[in-house]
Design a protein around this ligand. Structure first.
Ligand code: CA
Length: 761
């Protein structure tokens, strides 16, 4: 991927350029706008993101996070916590899925400091610096400054100690089977097997830690809770190893005031030898050099989108969201001695050739995250698609939720959307299209033997009746049906492109299956029994049951591929618009009897004060943009700005629900740019309301998309008129294929809605 521009070169076009305040000049590197703490003020009962401050490179194999929670707690770092237990290598995509292959390092002062309780230290956000490429924190109880900066598979840590004979670094390989071995006076190797499922029996994360100081003494145990620290110091002359349930090793040093101990760390899912190879990513660079390179890499990635204007908080929110959009799915491949990609297969336990990415749930990320990759970072998705072909080769299925292997979570068969969109946009390598098409087709007619959310649960009913009935013991059946119908539409588009006419016709017919669940009486989607009767009793406020983490008000709109068809069922565009309005108007009441308790997503809907609109979860996230399909685009313009303003910020509580691996962030990125992919695998984006005075998207093909919004402000959120490459544009949809040729969009913003009827296309 080549660097296409320098951040310091002014890139402003000459057409319709408004005056700007000094405040909006782009002197700040994009990475400096990012707060990695957004979304960390979360808890089990209420998610404001459920994120952690990931220190990593974009899509890097390993992330690092300060750890406040106890070992095994999915809430690894919470903003309201007072103490840290270590700097943890993590691969966790979500607290609900939890972590795998994790281990930690913790610098300490004091002979008694050892296990995760005795070694923890108070810290303050005032003495913490949290950036994508760098994290530092002052550990008050040890008087140590701890710093970390990453490469893709390695990291370098720097610990600044006081004058003491009791300095130490604890390496915690976590429980459930781990090992640590002192190889020489500077080097420890080890492995952790800790995981949360989705791995073969031989799963290990091998790691190496190399210090720039010789260790004076060591302590080690495989039962840290029973261990009396400071009593059994061992001389480090010979090789020493501990292997068991929970290996922990403490390395002792004597330090002068301000003395820095540097640890170089790398890991591998393949082998100890490969971990040593991955350590070479650091080369001979010192801490500052690694940090500088990491920041440069972030600025390359984040700088693909430049924005001007808006408030400082809006720019910070935007780049913090772009950071979250470029972390997952993460690399799960490594490079062999020849520099070729290889990977430990989380599906068959063997080392295989080629790419592999993981840690994403397509139920969430098919919607906006993958479309964002396809527009701005297609070379990354090209590798991801090769990885998906490998997943099919190694497991017989495309993943739906992977971390690192197949995980039972959510519904749908939305790998079809992710795979189709990439094929249709020319991103997938030619030689992989055949196998990926086969993978999509075969996934329609089977279900994974042990992970029922992989493949299509209920496919026999769906194929026979055109829906998954509500009375055959398959939960969330209406959600499954609606998503399968859209997924069929996606595969049909690829069939059309490949000239498979019979497949295309069959799949297009199946894509109309959403009609089978439409209840004309309530004008909502509804569960249906195998005899054709609708499910009773029915409450449009009931979460779960026929739906997934949502109710009929939310899921009725899951007809991404045919809003017009849905409008027809509802009785026309007027009625469609009224039904959309109703979502915001009806009170935030709910029925949680399916779950037996109020799930956090329900609470997040309630507290937002937007009626039954539930932006904190994914099923509703395209809904506002549907106003473009019923001739009321001004309502999309008003509501997208309202959601950006009220439900996103750069604060630690800056999301309105689970961020979910880039999806909720990618919504903001697209919305701030002024358009959104309502139907991935189509060529279209629906218009919203551009947030910034100007945005430039620097595409990998060398072209630029320039978006200007004149007279823009919070009040002037409505589009008055618009030009596309200088020509008046009357439609409310724009095309990907037009944008990627390089495009100049110029909006005139105004305070009153333009009520003249605009056609979608
Ligand atoms: Ca969610």
């Amino acid at each position: 991927m080549k660097l296409l521009f320098s951040l310091l070169v002014p890139l402003l076009g000459v057409m319709c350029t408004p005056a700007r305040s000094a405040d909006s000049t782009p002197q700040t590197a994009p990475s400096e706008y990012v707060s990695t703490l957004v979304g960390t003020q979360s808890e089990y009962l209420l998610s404001t993101g459920n994120t952690y401050p990931a220190v990593a490179l974009p899509w890097g194999m390993n992330f690092w996070t300060p750890q406040t929670g106890k070992m095994g707690d999915g809430w690894a770092y919470t903003y309201n916590a007072h103490t840290l237990r270590g700097l943890k290598q993590t691969h966790q995509p979500s607290p609900w899925i939890n972590d795998y292959g994790q281990f930690s390092l913790m610098p300490v002062c004091g002979l008694e400091c050892f296990d995760e309780e005795s070694r923890q230290s108070w810290f303050s956000h005032q003495a913490e610096e949290a950036r994508p490429y760098y994290y530092s924190v002052y550990l008050a109880d040890h008087d140590v400054l701890a710093e970390v900066t990453p490469t893709e598979r390695a990291a370098i840590m720097r610990f600044t100690f006081p004058e003491t004979d009791e300095a130490g670094v604890v390496i915690d390989a976590f429980d459930c089977g781990s090992m640590l071995r002192l190889v020489d006076r500077n080097t420890v190797v080890g492995y952790t097997t800790r995981n949360s499922g989705g791995v073969p029996d031989n799963f290990r994360n091998w790691f190496v830690v190399r210090f720039d100081h010789e260790v004076g003494a060591i302590e080690m145990t495989d039962r840290p809770s029973k261990f009396k620290a400071g009593k059994q110091l061992l001389k480090p002359e010979a090789e020493k190893q501990v292997e068991g349930d929970h290996a922990v090793m403490k390395l002792h040093f004597k330090t002068r005031h301000g003395e820095q101990i540097v640890a170089r760390v790398a890991s591998s899912f393949i082998s100890e030898e490969q971990a040593l190879r991955n350590l070479e990513e650091l080369g001979n660079d010192d801490f500052e050099q690694v940090k500088t390179k990491a920041q440069k890499r972030w600025d390359e990635v984040l700088g693909r989108v430049e924005v001007r204007g808006g408030t400082l908080d809006e720019r910070r929110t935007f780049y913090s969201c772009l950071y979250r959009s470029t972390l997952f799915p993460r690399k799960f491949y490594e490079l062999d001695t020849e520099g070729r990609p290889i990977h430990y297969s989380p599906y068959n336990g063997r080392v295989e050739q080629g790419y592999m990415y993981t840690d994403t749930g397509f139920w969430d990320t098919f919607r906006a995250l993958f479309p964002l990759l396809n527009l701005v970072y297609p070379s990354v998705n090209r590798e991801i698609q090769q990885g998906l072909a490998n997943t099919y080769r190694e497991s017989g299925f495309l993943p739906e939720w992977a971390s690192p292997g197949h995980r039972g979570c959510m519904v749908g068969n939305n790998s079809a959307s992710v795979v189709s969109d990439a094929i249709l946009k020319g991103i997938t390598p030619e030689q992989e299209i055949g196998i990926l098409y086969e993978a999509m087709l075969s996934g329609r007619d089977k279900v994974h033997p042990t992970v029922s959310s992989t493949g299509r649960e209920g496919f026999k009913y769906y194929n026979e009746l055109g829906y998954v009935p509500c009375n055959v013991g398959i939960n969330e059946n209406a959600a499954r049906t609606l998503e399968y119908a859209y997924d069929d539409w996606c595969i049909a588009q690829v069939a059309g492109k490949l000239g498979r006419k019979e497949d295309a016709a069959r799949l297009m017919k199946a894509s109309e299956n959403y009609k089978n669940l439409f209840d004309p009486e309530t004008r909502l989607m509804r569960g249906r029994k195998s005899n054709g009767e609708f499910q009773t009793p029915f409450s449009p406020y009931k979460w779960g049951d026929a739906f997934t983490e949502g109710n009929a008000w939310h899921y009725t709109w899951s007809v991404f591929h045919s809003p017009e068809g849905l409008a027809e069922l509802m009785g026309g565009k007027e009625e469609f618009g009224r039904m959309l309005d109703s979502v915001f108007v009806v009170p935030p009441v709910y029925d949680d009897s399916y779950y037996g308790f109020r799930i956090h997503e329900i609470t997040e809907m309630q507290v937002a004060n937007m009626g039954n609109y539930a932006h904190g979860n994914q099923p509703a996230q395209h809904m506002i943009y549907l106003y473009n399909y019923c001739g009321q685009p001004w309502k999309a313009q008003w509501w997208t700005r309202e959601v950006m303003r009220r439900l996103y910020s750069v604060r630690p509580d800056g999301y309105c629900g689970d961020e979910d691996n880039g999806q909720t962030s990618a919504w903001y990125v697209f919305s701030a740019l002024g358009f959104y992919p309502v139907c991935p695998a189509s060529d279209e984006y629906a218009l919203g309301s551009p947030l910034f005075d100007e945005a430039q998207i620097h595409l990998e093909n060398g072209q630029t998309i320039r978006i200007e919004a004149r007279n823009n402000s919070d009040e002037n959120r409505y589009i008055g008129s618009m030009t596309f490459d200088g020509e008046p544009w009357q439609k409310t949809l724009i095309r990907y294929s037009d944008l990627v040729r390089g495009a100049d969009l110029c909006f005139e913003m105004q305070s009153e809605p333009d009520l003249t009827l605009r056609e979608a296309r």
